[in-house]
Design a protein around this ligand. Sequence first.
Ligand code: M6R
Length: 618
Amino acid sequence: MCGIVGYLGFRNATEILINGLKRLEYRGYDSAGIALILDNKLKIYKCKGKVADLENLIKYKNTISTIGIGHTRWATHGEPNDINAHPHQSMKGYFSIIHNGIIENYIELRTFLQEKDYKFIGETDTEILANFFEYVYLKNKTSNENYSPEDAIRACLQKVDGAYGLVILCKDTPNQLIAARKSSPLVIGSAKKEYFIASDASCLVEYTDRVIYLDDNDIAIINNRGLTITDLENNVHNPIFDKIEVKLEEIEKAGFDHYMLKEIFEQPTSIHNTFRGRLNLKDKSITLGGLQEIFPELVKAKRIIIIACGTSWHAGLVGEYLFEELARIPTEVEYASEFRYRNPIIFEDDIILAISQSGETADTLAAIKLAKKSGAKVIGICNVVGSSIARETIAGVYTHAGAEIGVASTKAFTSQITILTMMALSIGLSKKTISKEQFDDILIGISEVPNKIEEFFKTQTDNIKEISEKIYNKKNSIYLGRGYLYPVAMEGALKLKEISYIHAEGYPAAEMKHGPIALIDEEMPVVVIAPKENSYDKIVSNIQEVKARHGIIIAIVTKGEKNLKNVADYIIEIPETEAQLLPLISVIPLQLLAYYIATKLGKNVDQPRNLAKSVTVE
Ligand code: M6R
């Protein structure tokens, strides 16, 4: 949440900041701003709206500088408006800062500063922090002329509770950027005589592939002498350089109208990338390198607890079915935000599995930290390489789905499920809870999924678009599935609500008669996932129950299925596959349906209202 960029070098900082903010806009898009050093003075431009509005604002202004910071906001404290937009400047004009996170003790700090005659113009926690830096800096500077802005920042941050990714400019050190991190991501990119700071490495790929991921409590000082990283006690740390894996083409739209559409259509490739090098068709084996050391403990595990949020939580639910069926390990799936606050019971031989696309979700990160405190072994499935969750877990697997920029998660979901299936198969084979024959069948099935999805796109995309044109104006929707497809039904409903703002609910199909059936009338679309491999007869009965109440039935069926043709109002055909692999294929029509409904309604699917891609606040 909130995108942060900083630059120090020899090029026009404004161009780099605006370009970076455009790339990071998926993290928050209610206001944007930049701060520059111009003629040794701090200059701020900011406004409510998108980065394009900021570009308009600065069009004819002097913005040529080689140092600056930029921010695109997802509001926490204070409504989105020009004043609450970042960067924030301290009252006497010494500091300008951008911030991603939440300062929890902001009331205490504000009261302290008000007693010192500080006045505030906006409602943000960030403005308080800028003033806190200034107060401590000026107070100490009078008695010690060597006291530096970074000394003040270190002293202040020791007194700050909460989460922050910060980049700071001080007018007394006009050729210096200071960055600080605690629980909100920050990465520094380095090139010849240039430094970049960002909340996400993907926006740096066009400038450099050498990056340093800051750790909690790190403070980075970047100036003409280079880069120094210290902790809050001023101990110097050696920077550890990583290589960015993301390619520039991954973060472009490549001719698609939206990132979401591009990412939906990328799934044959992203799923293939997830199993490539891990699934060996020749000798019918699976190797998950990142889990090798922990694998014996996984096999012995008495229980797996999966923690995640949103779409990753839905993938976790599919994981529950997979681990229980194939590996016979009791599995619980927890919302990370609930797990964290209910004093969970964790045993020594439990394995905690965190799932996250971004690897930065604050609730999941906090749940991991709690689980680690109680001695649990926490492993992860993440998409973003080098992310906080990837680094907090003792072992794990990257999904390699490629950069996912659309706020609605699509390809990350199918890649997460691909990993979960490979994990369950490997454990199951080792425990002998599945036969080698079943293992081989599902393994071959996984390898065929990309081609099956390609085929599905060719034959069904237009059909789904036409269906969306028939139902886009309905106010509600119900999604039904059984077994492996119940989480998929919930995922389909989440996709629709988050990008079209139509109310939608996903249910286990048989639960419908225990309440939701009361909602069904001729205005209610009911999307039923009903392939023949999955409790087919039972779900046909559920469809009949909807039909009897005149609901609009959209049935997702196995290719060639004839029985439902006269019952359902609309049919979407999916290719046949193993029951355990149905989530990988059956979610695709639901993603497309949500996409076409939302675009028909004229919604901004890549940047839906009130949302942000990585939710880095609890
Ligand atoms: O990055 P994560 O997978 O941890 O994100 C979790 C959720 O915030 C995310 O899946 C969210 O629900 C998406 N907007 C769903 O499309």
